[in-house]
Design a protein around this ligand. Sequence first.
Ligand SMILES: C[S@@+](CC[C@H](N)C(=O)[O-])C[C@H]1O[C@@H](n2cnc3c(N)ncnc32)[C@H](O)[C@@H]1O
Length: 415
Amino acid sequence: MSDTMVEKQSFARYKTNNTIEEGDLVVTYLNRETMGMIRVRKGEYFNCKFGSYKHADMIGLEYGTKLGSNTGRGFLYLLHPTPELWTLVLPHRTQILYIADISFVMNFLNLKPGMSMIESGTGSGSFSHSIARTLAPTGHLYTFEYHQERVNAAKKEFEEHGLSDMVTLQCRDVCKDGFDMENKVDAIFLDLPAPWEAVASAKKAFKHNKIGKICTFSPCIEQISRTVTALSEQGFVDIQMFECLIRFNEIRVIPMWTIEEAMEKQRAVEKKRKRDKPQAASKKNGKRQERRTQEDTEEESSKDKVAKLESLVDDSNDSSAAATPMSTSGSEAEPSSATSTPVVAPEATMPSATTATTTTTAEAEPRERIDPKNVVVTRLPAEQRGHTSYLMFATFTPAFQQPSLREKKAAEAQS
Ligand SMILES: C[S@@+](CC[C@H](N)C(=O)[O-])C[C@H]1O[C@@H](n2cnc3c(N)ncnc32)[C@H](O)[C@@H]1O
């Protein structure tokens, strides 16, 4: 490409100069849960709870740059748009396919650059974006959607995302009117409420002289059973069904305390609390303070100890959220104010699993500072994105186009 030619941004490939220019799309990554997409325009600002960012400051930076906010408190990453990121930030007009299903389908349909494929319905275009990149630069995606507003929105996105050369979008009811394509494609994907109604027309669209693959995506087993019947009636072979799930695990580093350390730390916290607010305490609180002082000096009763330890262990769940994340994600640049303390019984400590680095959260009493060992933990987030559906695969073989043995014999008998 010559120096004077402006490279059109595309979700199908990275920009050659990897540099953000006026008018480019940028994915703003604050953390895994907080992403968006902006078009960079001089004079505009991107504002979020972690600060304000001038678009002009982004121009000339490389994609992947970590940009500090104007207040100096937060930061964000400026990422080049990709189909994977688009799936996470796109405006939902329908339910969409997520990356677990998309990648599985692409693999089982044997998709490669240069192939031609049919998809219906287009919906929010989540699947279409990934497929267009896989088939690029010489392949083609024919996508069909019968909802006119969805067609208009998807068309605009394909153009803005530099994919319109490799995607043809048609407004059409494929169950009623079919695809009107013959001997054209290598693969077909149907994400429709009634895929069985499109199977006969889909069969005609396959290249007649090649093996082709079809996949249908359905949330209910009743839909699956009707689709299997239609696929068998049309002579498809190798019919298989899968359910595909992805479970994301958060990885964090948290401080690990022994019971003794945790109790000592808790006493220090209480002492500090007492020292900081001696007057503010109400009469009732005064009594409680008195009792705490006693507890500091006397041995705690075993019942109190158990109760206190239980509350500490409960707190440890929250503390992982406030602990140092392993990833570089997020604009949570402000220091953590966590006061909870994960504890382990002395015999349960695992020195081999601990790391050499030392961080402390919630130092209440510098003089009584305890440096815990760090431990790497994983946990499942409360919510997982994506929903379970059934993926049905089947194979088209060129033999379909030949008359069956029975048909051949009948023809021979007639002649
Ligand atoms: C679940 S959405 C597809 C989502 C898409 N796979 C994605 O990842 O964004 C199903 C779409 O199929 C469309 N649809 C349903 N029946 C159709 C038909 N007979 N012909 C064409 N489109 C149809 C719906 O309007 C809807 O937009």
